[in-house]
Design a binder for this molecule. Sequence first.
Ligand code: GLU
Length: 288
Amino acid sequence: MAVLPVTRFAPSPTGWLHLGHAFSALFAYQSALAHGGRFLLRIEDIDFTRCRREFETDLLDDLTWLGLEWEWPVRRQAEHLQEYALVASSLQKRGLLYPCFCTRREILKEIESAGGAPHGSEGPLYPGLCRNLSEDERQSRIAAGQSFALRLDLAKAREVCGDKLEWVDLEQGTQKAQPELLGDVVLVRKDIGCSYHLAVVHDDALQGVTRVTRGMDLWEATHLHRLLQALLGLEVPDYHHHTLLTDSSGRRLAKRDNAETLRSLRQQGFSAAELKARLARWQAGSPE
Ligand code: GLU
């Protein structure tokens, strides 16, 4: 018997939702509903430096206006920080994470003096300054109160999982996992004690999400997530990456650029049907 898909939309309340979010939310919703599956909403609000409760309230209004219905209660990641800390500590106990004391400036300086570093979707890859510090050095820096993040030791993770992991994108087929695209990523941030990658992989498995739909901007992240699933012994969902909405100059819509917000469209009296028609035109290749 075919398994009915469970999808989710997982916005971070760091700004008003824009057209790109509407597209992404509808994409996930239709992907579940078209096959009689289930649709979940998850609020990814671990970054207390950027998330605001008012954005969360507003995004619920936006999604309701769009005509989406989701299961309750909605999982709010900020309420589960303890869980993510336990996951991180299980990886740490297995020697798969190491403390990184570097500041952003030190990392950039190192990259500059090395004449550059390979780039991933999150910026230049970490050049490994703290990877080989001795245990004594680590302990004395921690004892001296230096703040640190925890990074994935990709080489060690590879020893555990090998290099034959795969994942499936529903449109692009089977992919060989290439977590090296992001390198030794931070899994526990200095400031928030957690990270998007860790929380999202844990939650998708915990909530029984079988189909992760997300924008192409997270393609590289998916490669890393597959590795984390293997390390943590989690079920592996299918993936469906969608293209990103761009403005008339071909630039990807982003919250920080004040891309047209759903809130302002609602306030101007646009209907959800008009918005959906506009997104459909965009998808068909004739925006506006
Ligand atoms: N919270 C993430 C974002 O707003 C998306 C989560 C995901 O699809 O993994 O970009």
